[in-house]
Structure formats: structure tokens, C-alpha cells
Ligand binder design. Structure first.
Ligand code: MG
Length: 278
């Protein structure tokens, strides 16, 4: 957790603890969005924004693959750490390199471990944001089914991601098709980051402003608190859903009128209910 304190801004654990999310279950939130899509679909195809990394897709397999490759470069590291990294499991992967090292009992507290963490990060950075490694990503359980349920209910879908357009579009599109997300079909699109110097939040707030002007925005799903809060300020009429998987430690203000889910696994119950309602 960040030690920096700025009045009004909170790091992830505090942000989550102090946020007043609507007191609904995952199933109720997913149903709420689906119902809203169905309610508006006769007027105009309503729009739902879907983030990719750590929202629809689990990216830990991508990071794990890269970390194992780093280990194969034979860096000089303590034997105990090497053993722990060789045995590293998917569930131990954290949002950052330091999170992962802490998860396996090696908190980064010394210059030696600071250097190791930095070496891994540099190696990881050059690979994580490329199409070649995207094939290791896996959709979260229920994510594909829920996206299809939204689309079948009449929603336009926009995959709004901070992934770099030049380096990652090919792999991103291949995965969307491979995994069965609605894509390359009417009412779907993929918006990626065109400006490398823009932050994720700036990219997404810019895009949501444009999209709100041309579409009836119903909902957004996002795992990064700062993105969600900033987007909710621009489009307060939409349902903004925090997908509580992993997120950065970027300091962020509390949002208002936000929803939260742990994942999409309950979509199967929804699909039945949705079809019964039609
Ligand atoms: Mg994300």
C-alpha cells in the first residue's frame, strides 16, 4: 500500500473499504445492467463499456509466463527466492511485481530486492504490452457469457481498453474472437489507446466523453478505481460497476453512485431469468 497521504485521495484498500457501493449482490448488479439494456433497446441500441485487463480478462497467466521467462535468463538472485519463483502459482500473482514478491514471502524492503523487483519489471514491461503474450490471457468465468447476454439483449458493446493500439490490437482482436466475445459484428467496437503519453484515466475519460455524445451509455465495467471514478463524473447517468479483481495502488478520490461485483460467474442464473422475462 502507498505510504503517501493526500487529503481526499485514498489507496486501493482504503478506497474499497470507504466506498459506499450500492448494497447489491453480484447477481443483482448484473441483472440491473441487463434490465436497463432491455429497457432502452427499443429506443436506440444502448451502449455498454467493457474494460479488458483484469475486468473481462485475467492477465495473471500473461505475467506468470513473462516472470518464468525472466527466471530462465539466470539472474543472480538468492536461492530461496529462485525456488519460490520456480514454484510460483497463478493465484499468487499480484497486480505488481512487488505485490507478487510479497505474496510469496519476499516483501521488497532492501536495496537488493528493490533491484530484483526493478529488473523483473523492466523485463516484464517490454513483453506485457505486446500482442505476442496476450494469448496467455484467459477470460474470467462468465465474462464471455455475460457480454453475449448484453449483446443479445440489445446492447452495443465497446471494449474500452488502455492497451496500446499499435502493439496490441492484433492480439487483442485474436483473443476476442478466440474466446467468443461479440466482435467483428454490428454494434461492437474496440477502442485502444492511441497516445502513449496519455494516462489510462485520461484516455478513458476522453473516449467516454465522445461516446456519451453519440450513444446512450448505460453502463461501464472497470477494475481500476481512478478510471471508474473519472468516467462516472463524466457520465453520471450510467451504471458504473467496479469489478473487484486486482487494481493498482493509484491514489483516488471516493466515487459516488458506484456498483461493485466480484465477477461474472452468476451470469448463468441471469440468462435464465432474462429469457423468462422476455
Ligand atoms: Mg483494467
Amino acid at each position: 500500500m502507498s505510504n503517501i497521504q493526500i487529503p481526499g485521495l485514498l489507496a486501493r484498500e482504503h478506497w474499497q473499504a470507504k466506498s459506499h457501493f450500492h448494497p447489491l449482490t453480484d447477481q443483482e448488479v448484473l441483472q440491473l445492467v441487463l434490465d436497463k439494456v432491455q429497457r432502452f433497446q427499443h429506443l436506440n441500441r444502448p451502449l455498454v463499456l467493457l474494460d479488458l485487463d483484469s475486468t473481462l480478462y485475467e492477465v495473471a497467466p500473461r505475467s506468470l509466463k513473462i516472470l518464468k521467462e525472466w527466471l530462465e535468463t539466470s539472474p543472480a538472485i538468492p536461492t530461496e527466492l529462485r525456488t519460490a519463483l520456480e514454484d510460483l502459482k497463478l493465484y499468487q500473482m499480484g497486480y505488481s511485481v512487488k505485490d507478487t514478491l510479497r505474496n510469496i514471502g519476499f516483501p521488497v524492503k532492501t536495496p537488493e530486492f528493490e533491484k530484483i523487483a526493478e529488473d523483473i519489471k523492466v523485463f516484464w514491461w517490454d513483453r506485457f504490452f505486446t500482442s505476442n503474450y496476450l494469448l496467455h490471457d484467459c477470460p474470467y468465468p462468465g465474462a464471455v457469457e455475460y457480454a453475449n447476454a448484453l449483446y443479445d439483449a440489445g446492447a452495443d458493446l465497446c471494449y474500452l481498453t488502455g492497451r496500446d493500439n499499435t502493439r496490441m490490437r492484433k492480439g487483442t482482436e485474436q483473443n476476442l474472437v478466440r474466446d467468443g466475445f461479440p466482435y467483428f459484428t454490428q454494434g461492437t467496437r474496440l477502442i485502444m489507446r492511441e497516445h502513449a503519453h496519455w494516462s489510462d484515466a485520461l484516455h478513458k475519460t476522453h473516449q467516454i466523453q465522445l461516446l456519451s455524445n453519440e450513444s446512450h451509455l448505460v453502463a461501464s465495467f472497470e477494475n481500476e478505481p481512478i478510471n471508474l471514478v473519472e468516467m462516472s463524473k463524466i457520465a453520471p447517468q450510467a451504471l458504473h460497476v467496479f469489478v473487484d479483481t486486482v487494481c493498482s495502488d493509484t491514489l483516488v478520490e471516493l466515487g459516488q453512485n458506484l456498483y461493485r461485483i466480484k465477477g461474472f460467474e452468476l451470469v448463468r442464473a441471469l440468462t435464465v431469468q432474462s429469457s423468462l422475462n422476455q
